[in-house]
Design a protein. Structure first.
Lengths: 638, 370
């Protein structure tokens, strides 16, 4: 090798080694970068990624609790759960929902009703995982679907607990119903900050006690921590917190009494509330017509919903707490008390009734043409003299009346343990001021006070208010908060919480005045307007009939039942408590468009009281519709 | 008696002639880590570990053979190997088997293989041979020819499409050109040109390749699709922490969240179970292996041997860096195995032939003269 070549060679080698050195440094830099990245991931952000790995690995599966039962005061089950198979579609896993439903129809029966219900649920349900297309599958259907399962990815058979109301429409307005949690429910749950406890739960109380005792009935959701693989398959259970079933609630209501009361109504519309005066416990609570709550439990189909919603009978309206009616003559015993307490009248006060009361050039007519002649305080209640109470109202003035009536709970929510109670109207100048906007309407006219005296005019109260007022009178002024629930049982701990009677207030009344009014009411059912309905009752009792006008009559017009459209006929009311000494039951009943109180309402009350106090079952095939058994004369004056 | 003692010793000496203990120890240490990781990654398919051991036996035999061949002899294989490789690549393009939308495999009798694998070593050999032949007159023309020799197989592989292998083969070819002494200015110029050509290149990419690149920038864009690999492997690495979850205790691995956990993503398994400490050990082993390779290259007697040794060494680096980079989410997901660790016979064979080449260069370093 020539020296020059050699030198060249060395120089070349030197340059090569320089580049090798450069490559070595580049490798070190690159590895240092990698290491920095590892440090970032494994040390700096380790917690984040460790949490993500855990999230990957662990799935929290909520276990929905069993809903508590609803029982009547004797332990009869009114709402329970049963297990049944449903066919459910996971919309996220199904490509074409409509086609899937179509094809499912070849395997199990899918009616138009099921389809429309599914569509409704699909449209309104919050981010639901799965929705039922069919519920309550028969064993045969389950088997048939199982054999065809491969054809339906994203469709599964599930065993679910269903709510069931074994008594159908009986006490439907008390029990209410449950339905799927919708957007609005979800928002309310979030507001209450309890949505975590509803994971895994699809249903919530929508009406009645199911809604108002939702928190008690729901229970506590359990959790299962499951290790899952990438495909979402459960590998093993890591931890498990069992669900705690909801509490059972037991009512003060007696379902047998309720049954008797509802049967007594027959097909007629109206409401009935019976209260135990010494506690406020509700014994019977009727709003007719009712509905079958079972229709709602797995999502009501649109057709049934439309029927219920559009019916002129308004079966979904809870008349007992949300219907407002003028009390008619059932108002008179309270006004009598008011007059006696205020000193505007004494036991001996009497009038000569010409059949009308004249005020400001206007005649307020008595319902008995020609009047009742000599009418004293006692007789005014027994024969239900309108003229007498026109004068009483006029003498007392609206402020005194409103002040006294407010103490009995008129025009205020009773506080019963149901949602949706109406307030009603206890008329007063202040109420009118607030109610109306034009100055000429806001003014209270003295003439308006006069019809208030017979429970007409602006008077408008809910049946529950009328029942509570009566119970207060029966209990000598002790007003208890009405309640449907007697106690709540926690099955897990065995703990029982009783709903103690809540004395809302004591209305101070003179004993002799109370005694006087009660005796007069007793006389109503012995020789007065309620005598026919309570003939030969085996217990002492006091009552009062009432008739509430649905449409106003012109001054000289005579009300003729036969000429008036059925829906414009008067409402029939009756209040009664028994026995006279330490009453066990105070009952209010209204039959819509039933005519005179003595005719439609009073017989229903009699049937209920006979059953409650004597255990006597109504006679005949149609116990609820006794023949009109009141003579025309007695009936006239109401 | 003396003979009886001597004979085995001489036999051993002859058997291990040309075998570099350092390289062998480092590569076997890496393989051992790989087998342990593979055992964990394939708990449900235990056959994989023994299959990999069989692959290892074949690879070691190949290494043993190559290590004994002097570089001068190796040089003679360069041209035929390159052209055979080229012909096979064309054959793949015409009659290859399509797997997962890519035409990469060629059936020869009962076995099938990827001809692109041959190019990983044939290309650097070819280029080294070419530069060696033109050693005295390395002008622009020589580099242009080298560029052409590189471009043809790389484009053929990229068209299959197999972006990972194309990048690796291109990288190895580039290393040869770099070590052959291409001017720094030309290098910078090519670099600028390369970046400039990215834009038209983007148009040539397949959808899945584009998606892989896009999801690299933001894997969360497509967490269940193209981003899934990266997200899950990053979680595996990150959740490993400093010391790892322990061998056989990686939850990401054992609950099958890591896709391709035996092959391209085996580093996620390793990293999850052995943590940052394990990673540091792995990087150190690679660094030592590369250092050893570069030392051998620096002391190699001939231009061919130098270029081949240096480029093969950097090939190990490129494999390791690209693989660990993609698993830890800083490089796009391209199909590159982790050297000596990932499951797979062909890759292991190529790697140990590479080790054999280094050994050959090392043991023949004093046999100067061409």
């Amino acid at each position: 090798m020539k020296p020059e070549e050699l030198k060249n060679h060395e120089k070349e080698l030197y340059y090569f080694q320089l580049r090798v050195g450069f490559a070595g440094v580049a490798v070190l830099v690159a590895f240092a970068l990698l290491f920095a990245r590892f440090f970032q991931l494994q040390v700096v952000q380790h917690d984040t990624y460790a949490a993500k790995a855990e999230d990957n690995r662990i799935s929290i599966v909520p276990i929905a609790p069993n809903r508590g039962l609803i029982l009547d005061r004797n332990g009869v089950v009114l709402a329970r759960n049963y297990s049944a198979y449903t066919l459910e579609i996971f919309p996220a896993k199904v490509k074409d929902v409509e086609r899937t439903i179509q094809e499912l129809g070849e395997v199990v029966e899918v009616q138009a009703k099921d389809r429309s219900r599914f569509r409704k649920l699909y449209a309104e349900t919050r981010n639901a995982e799965s929705l039922p297309i069919r519920t309550r599958l028969t064993d045969e259907e389950v088997a048939r679907f199982a054999a065809n399962r491969y054809r339906f990815p994203g469709v599964e058979i599930k065993a679910r607990l269903f709510r069931q109301y074994p008594h159908g429409d009986l006490a439907s307005h008390v029990i209410g119903y449950i339905g799927r949690i919708n957007q609005k429910d979800q928002e309310r749950l979030e507001e209450l900050d309890v949505e975590a406890n509803y994971r895994g739960t699809d249903f919530i109380g929508k009406a009645g006690l199911e809604a108002s005792y939702q928190q008690e009935l729901h229970g506590t959701t359990g959790m299962e921590q499951v290790e899952i693989d990438a495909a979402g398959r459960g590998i093993r259970t890591l931890a498990r917190t069992p669900a705690q079933a909801g509490n059972n609630i037991t009512l003060t209501l007696d379902i047998k009494l309720q049954e008797v009361a509802e049967a007594a109504f027959g097909d007629r519309r109206g409401a009935l509330v019976a209260i135990e005066p010494s506690t406020g416990g509700v014994l019977a609570f009727v709003s007719k017509p009712g509905f079958d709550p079972n229709l709602f439990v797995d999502g009501i189909d649109p057709q049934s919903w439309a029927e219920l919603n559009n019916s002129p009978d308004r079966p979904l309206n809870n008349r007992a707490i949300a219907g407002v009616y003028p009390p008619g003559s059932t108002f008179k015993p309270y006004l009598a008390l008011a007059a006696l307490e205020s000193g505007k009248r004494t036991f001996k006060s009497a009038i000569n009734d010409p059949g009308y009361f004249e005020f400001g050039g206007r005649r307020f007519r008595d319902s008995k043409p020609g009047g009742n002649g000599y009418v004293d305080m006692f007789k005014s209640i027994v024969v239900s003299s309108d003229t007498f109470y026109y004068q009483v109202a006029n003498d007392m003035g609206i402020d005194a009346i409103a002040g006294f009536m407010a103490k009995f709970g008129f025009g205020a929510r009773s506080g019963i343990d149901l949602d949706g109670e109406a307030v009603g109207v206890l008329p007063s100048p202040e109420w009118k001021q607030k109610r109306f906007h034009r100055p000429e309407q806001q003014k209270w006219y003295a003439g308006e006070t006069i019809s208030i005296g017979i429970g007409q005019g602006y008077n408008a109260y809910t049946p529950i208010q009328l029942a509570v007022a009566l119970a207060t009178l029966a209990a000598d002024g002790d007003m208890y908060r009405p309640h449907l629930v007697s106690h709540i049982d926690n099955l897990r701990t065995g703990e029982r919480r009783s709903i103690e009677p809540v004395l809302l207030r004591h209305v101070p009344l003179k004993a002799e005045n109370l005694d006087f009014v009660k005796r007069a009411m007793a006389s109503v059912n012995k020789e007065g307007t309620g005598a026919r309905a309570f003939a030969s009752a085996l217990y002492t009792n006091g009552g009062k009939t009432g008739t509430a006008q649905v449409i106003g009559m012109k001054q000289n017009e005579k009300y003729d039942e036969k000429k008036v459209a059925e829906r414009h006929r008067d409402h029939s009311l009756f209040i009664v408590f028994a026995p006279l000494e330490s009453p066990k039951i105070a009952l209010m009943v209204i039959v819509e468009n039933g005519g005179f109180g003595a005719r439609a309402a009073a017989p229903i009350a009699r049937v209920v009281l006979d059953y409650y106090l004597l255990g006597k079952m109504p006679e005949g095939d149609q116990p609820g519709a006794p023949k009109p058994a009141v003579d025309e004369d007695a009936e006239e004056n109401d | 008696m003396e003979l009886a003692q001597l004979a085995p010793r001489r036999l051993a000496a002859r058997l291990f002639a040309g075998i570099d203990g350092t390289l062998l120890a480092l590569s076997l240490l890496l393989v051992a880590l790989g087998l342990a990781t593979l055992f964990s990654a394939s708990y449900e398919q235990p056959g994989r570990v023994s299959a990999q051991v069989a692959n290892l036996a074949v690879a070691l035999a190949a290494m043993w053979v190559v290590a004994r061949i002097p570089p001068q002899t190796l040089m003679r294989f360069a041209v035929p190997a390159y052209f055979i490789g080229l012909v096979l690549l064309v054959a793949v393009a015409l009659a290859g088997e399509v797997v997962n939308g890519a035409r990469r495999w060629l059936h020869v009798g009962v076995m099938r293989f990827q001809p692109s694998e041959i190019m990983k070593l044939a290309l650097p050999m070819m280029l080294a041979w070419y530069f060696h032949k033109n050693e005295t007159a390395l002008r622009v023309r020589a580099f242009a020819v080298a560029g052409l020799l590189l471009a043809v197989p790389v484009l053929l592989i990229a068209r299959q499409p197999d972006l990972g292998t194309a990048v690796l083969v291109a990288a190895v070819g580039f290393y040869v050109i770099f070590f052959a002494g291409i001017g720094w200015k030309v290098l910078v110029g090519l670099g600028v040109l390369g970046i400039g050509s990215l834009f038209p290149l983007w148009g040539m990419l397949h959808d899945y390749q584009r998606r892989r690149i896009l999801t690299l920038i933001d894997p969360t864009q497509d967490p269940l699709g193209a981003g899934y690999h990266t997200i899950q492997s990053t979680i595996a690495v990150g959740s490993g922490g400093l010391t790892g979850k322990g061998w056989l205790h990686g939850t990401q691995t054992h609950l099958e969240f890591i896709p391709e956990r035996h092959t391209d993503f085996i580093f996620a398994v390793f990293s999850e179970e052995f943590g940052l400490i394990g990673n540091a050990l792995l990087i150190t082993l690679y660094a030592l292996l590369i250092a050893r390779g570069l030392m051998i290259a620096a002391n190699a007697p001939t231009f061919f041997a130098r270029l081949l040794a240096a480029s093969v060494t950097l090939m190990f680096f490129t494999y390791a860096f690209v693989n660990m980079g993609m698993v830890s989410g800083i490089l796009p997901v391209v199909g590159v195995p982790l050297p000596f660790i990932s499951y797979g016979g062909t890759a292991l064979l190529t790697l140990f032939i590479g080790i054999g080449i280094l050994m050959s260069v090392h043991s023949h370093r004093r046999l100067v003269q061409t």
